[in-house]
Design a protein around this ligand. Structure first.
Ligand code: 5AD
Length: 357
């Protein structure tokens, strides 16, 4: 699909035409990644962060946040839960702690890789190349680092530099690929100041970076952040791209059509803006992954990157059963196992391009 076609779909409002777009994405999803929906156990192991992203509730300057880092026994408990539920991947997510949590992180990766057959995904922000290599050598399989928006000026506004560190997320995505990680990125939809052209360019950048997975979620204003305050004081006419379910679904569907062999999660932010129907809608518009939250309840409220995060208080088994029943309703199956993206398997030489054979 050309940039101009993507752009005109992003601006499309005709619900019949959009229903066609979503159906096309669903057909392609079925052909390329099948009916399996991979469930990844998400552990938000720490909310300690050195960054000051203007959109994010756990930014360093938010002094109302109670900072935590899970103990090893809490990690063991959450990992056991993931195993009991049959999940094949554990996602370790945190604020960006840099060197501070590095030894701890190595210990957690080692524990999971020696005690379980699970794939490990890291979502811990920017790190030194040598540290990324070390984590990969210890067995970490995947890394998620959203570039948030391809508009450099907007990125600098929402991700201001801290001390003398300049951010280079695109550079890190390239390094991760060279090291051998399966690499994911993603964006937010409806950031104040973001245009339709920016979103079309985001999809072009997914392609250029040759990514294996992309997380796409609506921007949700957090009143305790500078961007949240700006958003809440904007007049309706000042908002260009809506931060809605439909707008996010358009991005998911177009990404599936443009990059058919990638893994696309139906995100918690999508679920949050859609009154608990977002997971299902995302899965029907091209997505094939869900990341149920396994963070201990005692810590959930402290990982409030945006308010009213869906599933925050839902018991792990209840959430799991809700997801599995909704998959059954849609004729989909839980994809237990590692669930690598076909794109990665081709890129890393494990699978021939013709994966229908
Ligand atoms: N609204 C939506 N998504 C957010 N994230 C962080 N804060 C918000 C917010 N207010 C997303 C970012 C980040 C991911 C871990 O969570 O895209 O990369």
């Amino acid at each position: 699909m050309e940039y101009s076609e993507i752009l005109s779909w992003l601006k499309e409002r005709d619900t019949d035409k959009l229903a066609d777009l979503f159906t096309q994405a669903d057909i392609i999803r079925k052909k390329t990644v099948g009916e399996d929906v991979h469930l990844r156990g998400l552990i938000e192991f720490s909310n300690i962060c050195r960054q000051n992203c203007t959109y994010c509730g756990i930014r360093a300057e938010n002094k109302t946040v109670h900072r935590y880092r899970m103990s090893m026994s809490e990690i063991t408990h959450s990992v056991t839960q993931a195993m009991d539920l049959g999940y094949g991947t554990i996602v370790l997510q945190s604020g960006e702690a840099g060197d501070r949590d590095f030894d701890y992180l190595k210990e957690v990766v080692c524990y999971i890789k020696t005690k379980t057959p699970c794939a490990v995904t890291l979502s811990v922000g920017e790190m030194e190349t040598s540290q990324l290599r070390e984590l990969h050598e210890l067995g970490a399989d995947r890394f998620l680092l959203r570039f948030e928006t391809s508009n450099q000026q907007l990125f600098e506004k929402i991700h201001p530099p801290v001390a003398s560190r300049t951010s280079n997320r695109i550079g890190q995505l390239r390094v991760l690929q060279e090291i051998g990680f399966e690499v994911g990125s993603g964006v937010m939809v409806g950031i104040p100041g973001q245009s339709y052209e920016d979103l079309a360019s985001d999809i072009m950048l997914f392609e250029k970076l040759d990514l294996d997975m992309m997380g796409i979620g609506p921007y949700i204003p957090h009143p305790g952040t500078p961007l949240g305050q700006e958003f809440l004081s904007m007049k309706p006419g000042e908002k260009i791209v809506p931060n809605t379910m439909t707008m996010t679904l358009k991005m998911v569907a177009l990404t599936r059509l443009h990059l058919p062999e990638t893994n696309l999660p139906s995100t918690t932010a999508l679920e949050t803006v859609s009154n608990d129907s977002g997971y299902e809608n995302g899965l029907q518009c091209g997505a094939n992954v869900i990341m149920p939250n396994l963070t201990p309840y005692a810590h959930r409220k402290k990982y409030e990157i945006y308010p009213n995060k869906s599933c925050s208080y839902e018991h792990v088994e209840i959430l799991h059963n809700r997801i599995v029943s909704s998959l059954a309703r849609m004729g989909r199956t839980p994809g237990y196992g590692r669930g690598d993206s076909p794109h990665y398997r081709v890129r890393s030489g494990a699978l021939r391009k013709d994966f229908s054979s």
